[in-house]
Ligand binder design. Structure first.
Ligand code: COA
Length: 252
Protein backbone atom coordinates (compact mmCIF):
# COMPACT_ATOMS: atom_id res chain seq x y z
CA UNK A 1 0.00 0.00 0.00
CA UNK A 2 1.43 3.35 -0.98
CA UNK A 3 -0.22 6.76 -1.34
CA UNK A 4 -3.75 5.34 -1.25
CA UNK A 5 -2.97 2.72 -3.88
CA UNK A 6 -2.96 -1.00 -2.96
CA UNK A 7 -0.95 -3.02 -5.43
CA UNK A 8 -1.13 -6.80 -5.84
CA UNK A 9 1.17 -8.76 -8.09
CA UNK A 10 -0.72 -11.42 -10.01
CA UNK A 11 0.46 -13.96 -12.60
CA UNK A 12 -1.03 -12.29 -15.66
CA UNK A 13 -1.32 -8.69 -14.43
CA UNK A 14 -0.84 -6.12 -11.70
CA UNK A 15 -3.98 -5.25 -9.73
CA UNK A 16 -4.04 -1.67 -8.44
CA UNK A 17 -6.86 -0.73 -6.09
CA UNK A 18 -7.63 2.91 -5.26
CA UNK A 19 -7.91 2.64 -1.52
CA UNK A 20 -9.18 5.76 0.26
CA UNK A 21 -12.67 4.49 0.96
CA UNK A 22 -13.29 7.09 3.68
CA UNK A 23 -12.95 9.74 0.94
CA UNK A 24 -14.69 7.64 -1.72
CA UNK A 25 -11.24 7.11 -3.29
CA UNK A 26 -11.01 10.77 -4.25
CA UNK A 27 -7.83 11.24 -6.25
CA UNK A 28 -5.42 13.47 -4.34
CA UNK A 29 -1.80 14.36 -5.06
CA UNK A 30 -0.53 11.32 -3.11
CA UNK A 31 -2.65 9.00 -5.23
CA UNK A 32 -1.47 10.73 -8.41
CA UNK A 33 2.14 10.26 -7.25
CA UNK A 34 1.47 6.57 -6.51
CA UNK A 35 -0.08 6.12 -9.96
CA UNK A 36 3.00 7.75 -11.55
CA UNK A 37 5.28 5.35 -9.63
CA UNK A 38 3.18 2.42 -10.84
CA UNK A 39 3.33 3.70 -14.44
CA UNK A 40 7.12 4.09 -14.24
CA UNK A 41 7.30 0.41 -13.32
CA UNK A 42 4.77 -0.83 -15.89
CA UNK A 43 6.49 1.12 -18.67
CA UNK A 44 9.51 -1.09 -18.03
CA UNK A 45 7.93 -4.36 -16.86
CA UNK A 46 5.18 -4.15 -19.51
CA UNK A 47 2.36 -5.96 -17.75
CA UNK A 48 -1.40 -5.65 -18.02
CA UNK A 49 -2.91 -3.37 -15.38
CA UNK A 50 -6.26 -3.99 -13.70
CA UNK A 51 -7.55 -0.88 -11.92
CA UNK A 52 -10.30 -1.02 -9.31
CA UNK A 53 -11.57 0.88 -6.28
CA UNK A 54 -12.23 -0.23 -2.71
CA UNK A 55 -15.36 0.10 -0.58
CA UNK A 56 -17.91 -0.13 -3.38
CA UNK A 57 -16.62 2.97 -5.19
CA UNK A 58 -14.25 3.36 -8.12
CA UNK A 59 -13.42 7.03 -7.47
CA UNK A 60 -15.63 10.02 -6.62
CA UNK A 61 -13.38 12.41 -8.52
CA UNK A 62 -10.33 14.49 -7.97
CA UNK A 63 -9.95 15.51 -4.32
CA UNK A 64 -12.15 18.61 -4.10
CA UNK A 65 -10.36 19.88 -0.98
CA UNK A 66 -7.11 20.00 -2.97
CA UNK A 67 -8.82 21.20 -6.18
CA UNK A 68 -10.25 24.19 -4.34
CA UNK A 69 -6.74 25.40 -3.48
CA UNK A 70 -5.29 24.92 -6.97
CA UNK A 71 -4.58 27.96 -9.13
CA UNK A 72 -3.85 28.66 -12.80
CA UNK A 73 -0.30 27.28 -12.69
CA UNK A 74 -1.62 24.02 -11.21
CA UNK A 75 -4.22 23.79 -13.97
CA UNK A 76 -1.52 24.28 -16.62
CA UNK A 77 0.61 21.58 -14.98
CA UNK A 78 -2.22 19.10 -15.71
CA UNK A 79 -1.76 17.17 -12.47
CA UNK A 80 -4.45 14.55 -13.22
CA UNK A 81 -4.32 14.97 -17.00
CA UNK A 82 -0.65 14.01 -17.30
CA UNK A 83 -1.14 11.09 -14.95
CA UNK A 84 -4.14 9.70 -16.86
CA UNK A 85 -2.39 10.24 -20.20
CA UNK A 86 0.51 8.19 -18.87
CA UNK A 87 -1.89 5.42 -17.83
CA UNK A 88 -3.56 5.55 -21.24
CA UNK A 89 -0.16 5.22 -22.92
CA UNK A 90 1.01 2.22 -20.88
CA UNK A 91 2.47 -0.36 -23.25
CA UNK A 92 0.14 -3.18 -22.18
CA UNK A 93 -3.66 -3.02 -21.81
CA UNK A 94 -5.37 -1.35 -18.88
CA UNK A 95 -8.66 -2.83 -17.66
CA UNK A 96 -10.84 -0.83 -15.24
CA UNK A 97 -13.42 -2.42 -12.95
CA UNK A 98 -15.99 0.28 -12.19
CA UNK A 99 -17.99 -0.31 -9.03
CA UNK A 100 -20.23 2.44 -7.67
CA UNK A 101 -19.27 6.04 -8.33
CA UNK A 102 -16.86 6.93 -11.13
CA UNK A 103 -17.21 10.70 -11.16
CA UNK A 104 -15.19 13.62 -12.45
CA UNK A 105 -11.50 12.66 -12.37
CA UNK A 106 -12.58 9.13 -11.40
CA UNK A 107 -14.56 8.88 -14.64
CA UNK A 108 -11.62 10.31 -16.58
CA UNK A 109 -9.30 7.72 -15.05
CA UNK A 110 -11.80 5.10 -16.26
CA UNK A 111 -11.85 6.66 -19.75
CA UNK A 112 -8.05 6.25 -19.83
CA UNK A 113 -8.44 2.46 -19.64
CA UNK A 114 -8.62 0.29 -22.76
CA UNK A 115 -11.40 -1.91 -21.40
CA UNK A 116 -14.04 -1.05 -18.77
CA UNK A 117 -16.28 -3.43 -16.86
CA UNK A 118 -19.08 -2.05 -14.69
CA UNK A 119 -21.11 -3.30 -11.75
CA UNK A 120 -24.86 -2.72 -11.27
CA UNK A 121 -24.23 0.21 -8.90
CA UNK A 122 -22.07 2.11 -11.41
CA UNK A 123 -22.83 5.83 -11.68
CA UNK A 124 -20.47 7.50 -14.13
CA UNK A 125 -20.07 11.00 -15.48
CA UNK A 126 -18.59 14.44 -15.11
CA UNK A 127 -20.20 16.95 -12.73
CA UNK A 128 -17.26 19.38 -13.07
CA UNK A 129 -19.18 22.39 -14.44
CA UNK A 130 -21.28 22.31 -11.27
CA UNK A 131 -18.05 22.94 -9.37
CA UNK A 132 -17.02 25.79 -11.64
CA UNK A 133 -14.36 23.93 -13.62
CA UNK A 134 -14.14 21.83 -16.79
CA UNK A 135 -13.38 18.15 -17.08
CA UNK A 136 -9.83 18.71 -18.32
CA UNK A 137 -8.30 15.29 -17.70
CA UNK A 138 -9.55 13.50 -20.77
CA UNK A 139 -13.35 13.71 -20.89
CA UNK A 140 -13.61 16.29 -23.71
CA UNK A 141 -11.64 14.13 -26.11
CA UNK A 142 -11.65 10.60 -24.74
CA UNK A 143 -15.33 10.34 -23.71
CA UNK A 144 -16.25 11.59 -27.19
CA UNK A 145 -14.13 8.85 -28.74
CA UNK A 146 -15.82 6.20 -26.62
CA UNK A 147 -19.51 7.18 -26.68
CA UNK A 148 -19.64 9.65 -29.58
CA UNK A 149 -20.13 13.40 -29.73
CA UNK A 150 -23.87 13.55 -28.96
CA UNK A 151 -23.85 11.70 -25.66
CA UNK A 152 -20.46 13.09 -24.58
CA UNK A 153 -21.71 16.64 -25.20
CA UNK A 154 -24.90 15.99 -23.26
CA UNK A 155 -23.00 14.48 -20.36
CA UNK A 156 -20.35 17.19 -20.20
CA UNK A 157 -22.66 20.15 -20.79
CA UNK A 158 -25.44 19.04 -18.43
CA UNK A 159 -23.57 16.95 -15.86
CA UNK A 160 -25.78 13.98 -16.71
CA UNK A 161 -24.57 10.82 -14.96
CA UNK A 162 -25.09 7.41 -16.53
CA UNK A 163 -26.35 4.33 -14.71
CA UNK A 164 -24.72 0.95 -15.34
CA UNK A 165 -27.34 0.01 -17.94
CA UNK A 166 -26.97 3.34 -19.71
CA UNK A 167 -23.18 3.01 -19.70
CA UNK A 168 -23.53 -0.48 -21.16
CA UNK A 169 -25.92 0.72 -23.88
CA UNK A 170 -23.50 3.55 -24.73
CA UNK A 171 -20.54 1.16 -24.97
CA UNK A 172 -18.80 2.92 -22.09
CA UNK A 173 -18.52 -0.41 -20.30
CA UNK A 174 -18.36 -3.74 -22.10
CA UNK A 175 -20.23 -5.69 -19.40
CA UNK A 176 -22.14 -5.18 -16.15
CA UNK A 177 -21.47 -7.82 -13.53
CA UNK A 178 -21.70 -8.12 -9.75
CA UNK A 179 -18.48 -6.80 -8.15
CA UNK A 180 -16.80 -10.18 -7.63
CA UNK A 181 -17.73 -11.38 -11.10
CA UNK A 182 -16.59 -8.07 -12.61
CA UNK A 183 -13.15 -8.47 -11.07
CA UNK A 184 -13.11 -12.12 -12.14
CA UNK A 185 -13.94 -11.04 -15.71
CA UNK A 186 -11.07 -8.53 -15.64
CA UNK A 187 -8.71 -11.28 -14.47
CA UNK A 188 -10.02 -13.61 -17.18
CA UNK A 189 -9.31 -10.92 -19.80
CA UNK A 190 -5.83 -10.31 -18.37
CA UNK A 191 -5.18 -14.09 -18.48
CA UNK A 192 -6.35 -14.19 -22.09
CA UNK A 193 -4.07 -11.28 -23.00
CA UNK A 194 -1.14 -13.02 -21.26
CA UNK A 195 -1.53 -15.99 -23.63
CA UNK A 196 -1.12 -13.74 -26.69
CA UNK A 197 2.10 -12.40 -28.14
CA UNK A 198 3.03 -9.36 -25.99
CA UNK A 199 4.81 -7.66 -28.91
CA UNK A 200 1.68 -7.96 -31.07
CA UNK A 201 -0.53 -6.76 -28.21
CA UNK A 202 1.68 -3.71 -27.64
CA UNK A 203 1.79 -2.95 -31.38
CA UNK A 204 -2.02 -3.18 -31.51
CA UNK A 205 -2.32 -0.78 -28.59
CA UNK A 206 0.09 1.69 -30.20
CA UNK A 207 -1.95 1.58 -33.42
CA UNK A 208 -5.22 2.01 -31.52
CA UNK A 209 -3.80 5.06 -29.77
CA UNK A 210 -2.41 6.66 -32.92
CA UNK A 211 -4.27 9.62 -34.46
CA UNK A 212 -6.40 8.98 -37.57
CA UNK A 213 -3.78 10.65 -39.76
CA UNK A 214 -1.19 8.01 -38.77
CA UNK A 215 -3.16 5.15 -40.38
CA UNK A 216 -2.47 2.95 -42.21
CA UNK A 217 1.26 3.74 -42.22
CA UNK A 218 1.66 3.04 -38.52
CA UNK A 219 -0.11 -0.32 -38.88
CA UNK A 220 2.15 -1.29 -41.78
CA UNK A 221 5.27 -0.26 -39.89
CA UNK A 222 4.19 -2.24 -36.82
CA UNK A 223 3.34 -5.23 -38.99
CA UNK A 224 6.69 -5.04 -40.75
CA UNK A 225 8.45 -5.48 -37.42
CA UNK A 226 6.18 -8.36 -36.40
CA UNK A 227 6.53 -10.13 -39.76
CA UNK A 228 10.24 -10.49 -38.97
CA UNK A 229 9.73 -11.72 -35.41
CA UNK A 230 10.69 -15.26 -34.39
CA UNK A 231 7.56 -15.38 -32.23
CA UNK A 232 5.31 -14.85 -35.28
CA UNK A 233 7.11 -17.70 -37.07
CA UNK A 234 6.82 -19.92 -34.00
CA UNK A 235 3.12 -19.22 -33.44
CA UNK A 236 2.15 -19.66 -37.10
CA UNK A 237 4.25 -22.80 -37.47
CA UNK A 238 2.64 -24.25 -34.34
CA UNK A 239 -0.81 -23.55 -35.82
CA UNK A 240 0.03 -25.16 -39.17
CA UNK A 241 1.66 -28.17 -37.53
CA UNK A 242 -1.39 -28.68 -35.30
CA UNK A 243 -3.62 -28.62 -38.41
CA UNK A 244 -1.40 -31.03 -40.24
CA UNK A 245 -1.21 -33.41 -37.23
CA UNK A 246 -5.02 -33.30 -37.00
CA UNK A 247 -5.35 -34.17 -40.71
CA UNK A 248 -2.93 -37.08 -40.33
CA UNK A 249 -4.95 -38.42 -37.40
CA UNK A 250 -8.22 -38.10 -39.36
CA UNK A 251 -6.87 -40.02 -42.36
CA UNK A 252 -5.68 -42.91 -40.19
N1 COA B 1 -13.10 14.99 -3.10
C1 COA B 1 -12.84 15.06 -1.79
N2 COA B 1 -13.58 14.40 -0.88
C2 COA B 1 -14.58 13.64 -1.32
C3 COA B 1 -14.90 13.54 -2.68
C4 COA B 1 -14.11 14.25 -3.60
N3 COA B 1 -14.30 14.19 -4.92
N4 COA B 1 -15.99 12.71 -2.81
C5 COA B 1 -16.30 12.33 -1.57
N5 COA B 1 -15.48 12.89 -0.67
C6 COA B 1 -15.47 12.74 0.79
C7 COA B 1 -16.58 13.53 1.46
O1 COA B 1 -16.19 14.87 1.63
C8 COA B 1 -16.71 12.78 2.76
O2 COA B 1 -15.66 13.14 3.59
P1 COA B 1 -15.95 13.51 5.15
O3 COA B 1 -16.53 12.25 5.71
O4 COA B 1 -14.62 13.85 5.68
O5 COA B 1 -16.93 14.64 5.12
C9 COA B 1 -16.46 11.34 2.34
O6 COA B 1 -15.74 11.40 1.12
C10 COA B 1 -17.72 10.55 2.10
O7 COA B 1 -18.51 11.29 1.19
P2 COA B 1 -20.09 11.37 1.30
O8 COA B 1 -20.54 12.49 0.42
O9 COA B 1 -20.50 11.42 2.74
O10 COA B 1 -20.47 9.93 0.70
P3 COA B 1 -21.83 9.50 -0.01
O11 COA B 1 -21.69 8.03 -0.19
O12 COA B 1 -23.01 10.03 0.71
O13 COA B 1 -21.81 10.22 -1.43
C11 COA B 1 -20.82 10.90 -3.51
C12 COA B 1 -20.88 9.84 -2.40
C13 COA B 1 -19.74 10.44 -4.50
C14 COA B 1 -22.18 11.01 -4.24
C15 COA B 1 -20.47 12.27 -2.92
O14 COA B 1 -19.38 12.12 -2.03
C16 COA B 1 -20.07 13.30 -3.95
O15 COA B 1 -20.93 13.89 -4.57
N6 COA B 1 -18.75 13.52 -4.15
C17 COA B 1 -18.24 14.50 -5.07
C18 COA B 1 -18.42 14.04 -6.51
C19 COA B 1 -17.88 15.06 -7.50
O16 COA B 1 -18.41 16.16 -7.67
N7 COA B 1 -16.78 14.69 -8.15
C20 COA B 1 -16.17 15.49 -9.16
C21 COA B 1 -14.92 16.08 -8.66
S1 COA B 1 -14.04 16.84 -9.98
Amino acid sequence: MSGGLRIEERDSHVLAVLDRPEKRNAIDQELVDALHRLCARLEVERRTLVLAGSGGTFAAGADIAQLRERRATDALAGINTRCFQRIRALPMPVIAVLDGYALGGGAELAYAADIRIGTPTLTIGNPETGLGIIAAAGATWRLKEIVGDALASEMLLTGRLLSADEALAAGLVSAVLEPEAALARAVELADRIAALDPAATQATKRSLLAPASAHPEIDLAEQAVLFESPEKLRRMTAFLERRSAKRTQETR
